[in-house]
Design a protein around this ligand. Structure first.
Ligand SMILES: [Zn+2]
Ligand SMILES: [Zn+2]
Length: 244
């Protein structure tokens, strides 16, 4: 499906028309916004990696986005959203979160599945349906991964009192706040270890190889740095970790 999406970039809209935002362009804009929020410097290679498309496909898409005034490319190759591009990306992100919440809150879909499903559905939602979703679900609530609608960067998360699990102090209790949601395998890996939004955990020990020994609802588990760097936690009280 990703291959198909990258190919739609090639379908150029006729000249002298109002630019029509295709699915691919939307995906690019959203990926740039999300990569920025993860604190990543967005260059073509970042986008190729994030969207799992080839570098030439990215080059072509970025050229189109630039022509439409949706991105700027700095001399050092860094891709930045313009105000117009950011507006579209924000809209999509809001819609993505609403759909994730619909799947979770109305249909009871598991938290680790909703991102992929929302990626498919978000392109099919009409403004009318989106307004109804918003009226039903309300604003200002985190998505099932614990992430806020407004795309946050590491600095703004730290201002909210969050720390990366990778940097969490051993001997302390924490509550899982937000989880990087773009990697389904990571989410399932964490779910198997009872590391999910809202879950309580205790950091038992930081080991010599930088893995963490954690007490979670699944018992004592080990977590490597690459996973621990994808989980934001907040300090929690003294209450014991409940088995779930
Ligand atoms: Zn998502
Ligand atoms: Zn989410």
């Amino acid at each position: 499906m990703l291959v198909q999406r990258s190919l739609t970039v090639l379908n150029r809209a006729p000249y002298n028309t109002v630019p029509v935002i295709t699915v691919s362009k939307e995906d690019y804009l959203k990926a740039i916004l999300e990569a920025e929020s993860e604190g990543e410097r967005v260059i073509s290679a970042t986008l190729a990696h994030w969207l799992r498309v080839s570098p030439p496909a990215v080059t072509m898409a970025v050229r189109r986005l630039k022509k439409d005034g949706l991105v700027r490319v700095n001399p050092d190759g860094r891709v930045r959203l313009t105000a117009a591009g950011r507006k579209i990306a924000r809209k999509l992100t809001t819609r993505h979160h609403l759909i994730e919440r619909m799947l979770s809150e109305i249909f009871g879909m598991e938290w680790y599945k909703v991102h992929d499903e929302a990626e498919r559905l978000e392109h099919a939602v009409s403004p009318d349906f989106e307004a109804r979703l918003l009226a039903k679900l309300g604003r200002g609530v985190a998505c099932p991964h614990g992430n806020m609608t407004e795309v946050e960067n590491p600095a703004s998360r730290r201002r909210r009192g969050l720390v990366l699990l990778a940097q969490a102090e051993p001997g302390q209790n924490f509550e899982v706040s937000g989880i990087y949601e773009r990697d389904r395998r990571l989410l399932e890996f964490l779910e198997q270890r009872a590391i999910r939004p809202g879950a309580k955990l205790h950091v038992v020990h930081r080991n010599y190889d930088n893995t963490l020994t954690l007490a979670t609802g699944a018992g004592n588990v080990f977590l490597g740095l690459s996973a621990a760097e994808r989980v934001w936690v907040r300090a929690a009280g003294k209450n014991a970790v409940a088995k779930s």
